[in-house]
Design a protein around this ligand. Structure first.
Ligand SMILES: *Cc1c(COP(=O)(O)O)cnc(C)c1O
Length: 233
């Protein structure tokens, strides 16, 4: 089942859209199965769980005696990240998609400076109706970008967000349009802020229930979990 769904998604998604398989709450074996179907990017939302899977991968590699077994796996962090958990996450991930506050951005920048790294991030923007969802408001995004404070050890690569949890496609489309608008705002800062990547093109939107709409509207990353791995317990 995992393999069939991965194959179907790889066939169906436009070449410009990257699939991140959201493996949170599912065992490492499920990741291996998806990997065998050609999947390389995986999304995790809890530091402890990400770290446990990184270690399981290292153990599987050692047990096989193949130095490059699954060495091209790309981890994406997609959950709320507390500043005291950075060291569990930042050494292992290629992209932190869920930077949802200036405080977190500052902390990541400090960690990058202390460890001689530049961290790729997306700014998570809040557009959904639910108040509980994390992320920058339109005003907070503008304030961050127009401030004179720059983050030398962070590379802002784009925007991430979630639509309202609803069956109403019009509401979902309106939310995704707002994310497109945020991305446009961000791209106005290319060349004006050193921490905004020159190819600041990523737009991470679309999950199991709404990814076809997102992909059709210009998403560059979709984050798909339950459709691939089944329900989370
Ligand atoms: C869990 C999660 C997903 C995947 O959701 P599904 O509906 O299972 O595809 C995508 N993005 C974020 C931020 C998540 O936390």
């Amino acid at each position: 089942m995992i393999k069939e769904t991965i194959n179907k998604l790889h066939r169906e998604l436009p070449a410009t859209v990257k699939l991140v398989a959201v493996s949170k709450f599912h065992p490492f074996e499920a990741i291996q199965e998806a990997y065998e179907a050609g999947q390389r990017a995986f999304g995790e939302s809890r530091p402890q769980e990400l770290l446990a899977k990184v270690k399981l991968l290292e153990e599987a590699r050692a047990a096989r005696g193949e130095a490059d077994y699954m060495s091209d796996v790309e981890w994406h962090f997609i959950g709320h990240l507390q500043t005291n958990k950075l060291k569990m996450v930042l050494p292992y991930v290629s992209l932190v998609q869920s930077v949802d506050s200036v405080r977190l951005l500052e902390a990541i920048d400090r960690w990058g400076a202390a460890n001689g790294k530049v961290i790729n991030v997306l700014l998570e923007c809040h557009v959904a109706a639910e108040e509980s969802k994390q992320g920058f408001s339109e005003q907070e995004l503008t304030e961050l970008l127009s401030s004179d404070v720059h983050y030398a050890n962070v590379r802002i690569c784009g925007i991430m967000g979630m639509a309202t949890f609803t069956d109403d496609e019009n509401v979902i489309r309106a939310d995704f349009q707002r994310l497109l608008d945020r991305q446009k705002t961000l791209r106005e800062w290319v060349g004006k802020r050193p921490d905004v990547a020159s190819d600041c093109t990523e737009l991470s939107m679309g999950m199991s229930d709404d990814y076809p709409i997102a992909a059709a509207m210009g998403s560059t990353i979709v984050r798909i979990g339950s459709m691939i791995f089944g329900e989370r317990k």
